[in-house]
Design a protein around this ligand. Structure first.
Ligand code: NAD
Length: 353
C-alpha cells in the first residue's frame, strides 16, 4: 500500500530522491517553478499563521524550528546554522521538514530540506530581486562561495537572466570550486581577489558568508547608486554582513519584520527604522524600486512560508515522479483506541516467529 492510498504511510523524500527529483525536473526549471509557488503564497500572505522562528542559540550556532499554516496545510522546518561545521567537514546548514493536513493533523510529507533550503533560499532571493533590482541587471557579485552559492547563481540566471558572475571568498578554493561547478551552465565567471574587486560594476551584490559575528563584508564606499543587495548570510542575532551606513542609505525590504528585526541586518538599526514588507510588493500593494539610483536591500533571513511553499511544491511532484519512499511513521491499530493491543499483537507475532 502506498502513501497515496494509506494515510498512515507518509511519503518520505530522502537526500537521494531530492537530488533525483531536482535533476529529473532540471535545476533551473525547479527554481523557476518553486519561485512561482513562493510568489503564490506571498500573494496570500494574510492567510498564514506567522511567528518568528523558535531559536535555540549556543556559542557554536543555532537550531531553529520554523512553523506556519494556511489553515489547510501545516508545515515546519528544523534547521541549524553552525558556521564552524564547514571546517569540520560538515554542512553549516542542514534541515528537514514536515507538511501536515490541518484537518486531521496527520503528516503528509517528511522531506530532507538541506538541498531544498538552498533551492528555496535562492528562489526567494531571485523573486525579491525580480521585484527590486534594475530590470537590466546582468552582473552579480557573490561574496561567500559556500554551499548556497551555486544555487543563488542558477536562480538569478533562470529568473532574472543574470549571466555575469564575480566570485569572492576569503578561501580562494571555495571560489574555484564554485566556478568549476558552474562551468558550462551559461555564465561568464571571474574569480576575484577581494570583495572590492568583486562588487566593482556589479548590478546585484549577493552576500552569503557564514561567520558567527558582526562582520563587515561590505563597507559603505563599496555600494554605488542603483545597486540591489541580496544579503543572505546575516540571519542570526550577532551575525551580520553589512556596515550599518549601507542600511541607512538603502530602501530595505524584509520577509517578516518581527523576525528580521531580531535576526537580519536591521538588528543594527533602531527598532522603529522603516522597512518594507516584500509580500506587499509581490502582491502589488506597494511599489518596489523607486528609481534607478535607489539602493535596494533584501535583508533575507529565511521565513517559514518559503519552506511551506517548498514542501508544497515537492509534494505536488511526488505522484508523477514516484521519487519517495513509504515511511511507516504513524501507528495504525485496527481500532483507534486499541494502541496497546497493537503492541500485544506485535509481541505475539514476534514470539511465534
Ligand atoms: N537567509 C536565508 O534564508 C539563509 C538560508 C540558508 C543559509 N543562510 C546563511 O547563508 C550563509 C552561507 O551558508 P552556506 O551554507 O553557503 O555556508 P558555507 O559555510 O558552506 O559557506 C560560507 C562561505 O563563506 C565564506 N566566508 C566566510 N567569511 C567570509 C568573508 N568575510 N568574506 C568572504 N567569504 C567569507 C567561507 O569561506 C565559506 O566558503 C550562512 O550564514 C547561512 O546561515 C541564510
Amino acid at each position: 500500500m502506498t502513501a497515496y492510498t494509506n494515510l498512515n504511510v507518509v511519503p518520505f523524500v530522502s537526500v537521494e530522491n531530492m537530488m533525483r527529483l531536482v535533476l529529473t525536473i532540471g535545476t533551473e526549471t525547479f527554481l523557476t517553478e518553486l519561485a512561482k509557488v513562493i510568489e503564490e503564497d506571498f500573494r496570500r500572505w494574510e492567510a498564514f499563521d506567522k511567528t518568528p522562528r523558535v531559536a535555540s542559540h549556543s556559542d557554536e550556532g543555532v537550531i531553529e524550528l520554523m512553523p506556519t499554516s494556511d489553515g489547510t496545510l501545516y508545515g515546519f522546518k528544523y534547521v541549524n546554522g553552525h558556521p564552524k561545521n564547514m571546517r569540520e567537514g560538515r554542512q553549516t546548514v542542514t534541515a528537514f521538514g514536515v507538511l501536515s493536513d490541518v484537518g486531521n493533523g496527520y503528516p503528509m510529507l517528511l522531506s530532507e530540506m538541506t538541498i531544498l533550503t538552498a533551492l528555496r533560499t535562492a528562489a526567494m532571493s531571485a523573486v525579491a530581486a525580480k521585484h527590486l533590482a534594475r530590470p537590466s541587471s546582468k552582473t552579480m557579485a557573490i561574496i561567500g562561495n559556500g554551499a548556497q552559492s551555486e544555487f543563488q547563481a542558477l536562480a538569478f540566471k533562470a529568473i532574472l537572466g543574470v549571466t555575469d558572475l564575480r566570485l569572492y571568498d576569503i578561501d580562494p578554493s571555495a571560489s574555484e570550486r564554485c566556478a568549476k561547478n558552474l562551468a558550462g551552465k551559461g555564465f561568464s565567471i571571474r574569480t576575484c581577489t577581494s570583495s572590492q574587486d568583486a562588487v566593482e560594476g556589479a548590478d546585484i551584490i549577493t552576500t552569503v558568508t557564514a561567520d558567527k559575528q558582526y562582520a563587515t563584508i561590505l563597507s559603505d564606499n563599496m555600494v554605488g547608486p542603483g545597486v540591489h543587495i541580496n544579503a543572505v548570510g546575516g540571519d542570526c542575532p550577532g551575525k551580520t554582513e553589512l556596515h550599518k551606513d549601507i542600511l541607512l542609505r538603502s530602501d530595505i525590504f524584509v520577509e517578516y519584520p518581527p523576525q528580521t528585526r531580531i535576526e537580519g541586518e536591521i538588528q543594527q538599526l533602531d527598532a522603529d527604522h522603516p522597512v518594507k514588507e516584500l509580500w506587499e510588493v509581490i502582491a502589488g500593494k506597494r511599489a518596489g524600486r523607486e528609481s534607478d539610483r535607489t539602493i535596494t536591500l533584501f535583508d533575507s533571513v529565511g521565513f517559514a512560508i518559503e519552506d511551506f511553499s517548498a514542501l508544497r511544491y515537492v509534494r505536488s511532484k511526488l505522484k508523477e515522479t514516484g521519487l519517495y519512499d513509504d515511511l511507516d511513521l504513524l501507528a495504525d491499530p485496527d481500532e483507534p483506541r486499541d494502541l496497546y493491543g497493537m503492541l500485544l499483537r506485535c509481541e505475539a507475532r514476534l514470539q511465534s516467529a
